[in-house]
Ligand binder design. Structure first.
Ligand SMILES: Nc1ncnc2c1ncn2[C@@H]1O[C@H](COP(=O)(O)OP(=O)(O)O)[C@@H](O)[C@H]1O
Ligand SMILES: [Mg+2]
Length: 208
């Protein structure tokens, strides 16, 4: 199974991705953070670096996505999916940090890549309030993230809520209230319930 973990910055994705992969014996695909050469510049000057940051992330995540598809027999947990990148890109575009021309170039790349993508079998959405995530970001104290504002997180949160609603048309989405962290066994239980929903659906279809 290919499980995607989605959620705003500081929601708890990386931690859960690691725990879930260990528990299930799956491969974990971490989000490229430490080795992202744009991250610090991006948060310091979004107008200048917004477009390149998005283009960079797009190819990194596409590369990871391909690896997941090739190794799918092993099972995969991906810490943030390529689909979520579009939330950031469209938000940066709306806020004037990525101009129309660059945004079209970005979308051209994404739409082309989309033809080679598969949806995760299950997408887990870790839902947290923007205030909670800001607190977690502050607590973990990454230098590059020091400039993230509550306003930015509120917009991102809304973008995620809309995105998740949309994704429900394409794959199974498991929404978890991540204000409090659940034990990994509880998450495994919820994932398997979701997986069974599909089996029941297919059985009903065969019997009808
Ligand atoms: N299950 C958990 N138990 C305790 N602390 C957690 C848990 N999940 C996340 N955290 C803490 O919350 C913060 C954000 O988590 P992280 O996994 O880095 O989020 P994300 O990858 O979504 O940005 C980190 O400081 C992390 O240590
Ligand atoms: Mg992370």
């Amino acid at each position: 199974m290919f499980i995607g973990i989605s959620g705003i910055i500081g929601a708890g994705k990386s931690t859960l991705a690691q725990d879930l992969a260990s528990r299930l014996g799956y491969e974990v695909y971490n989000e490229p953070v430490k080795d992202n050469p744009y991250l610090e510049d991006f948060y310091a000057d979004m107008k200048h670096w917004g477009a390149m940051m998005q283009i960079h992330l797009l190819f990194r995540r596409f590369e990871q996505h391909q690896q997941i598809v090739w190794n799918k027999g092993k099972g995969a947990v991906q810490d943030r999916t390529i689909y979520e990148d579009t939330i950031f890109a469209s938000m940066l575009h709306e806020d004037g940090f990525i101009d129309q021309r660059d945004y079209q170039t970005y979308l051209g790349h994404f739409n082309l890549m989309k033809r080679f993508l598969v949806y995760p079998d299950i997408l887990i959405y870790l839902r947290v309030e923007p205030e909670t995530s800001v607190q977690r970001i502050t607590d973990r104290g990454r230098k590059a993230e020091a400039g993230i504002t509550l306003d930015y997180m509120k917009k991102l949160h809304q973008g995620y809520e809309d995105f998740i609603e949309e994704m429900e048309n394409y794959t199974r989405v498991l929404v978890l209230d991540w204000t409090q962290f659940l034990e990994v066994d509880e998450v495994v239980e919820r994932v398997s319930e979701k997986a069974n929903e599909k089996r029941e659906f297919l059985r009903d279809l065969r019997n009808s």
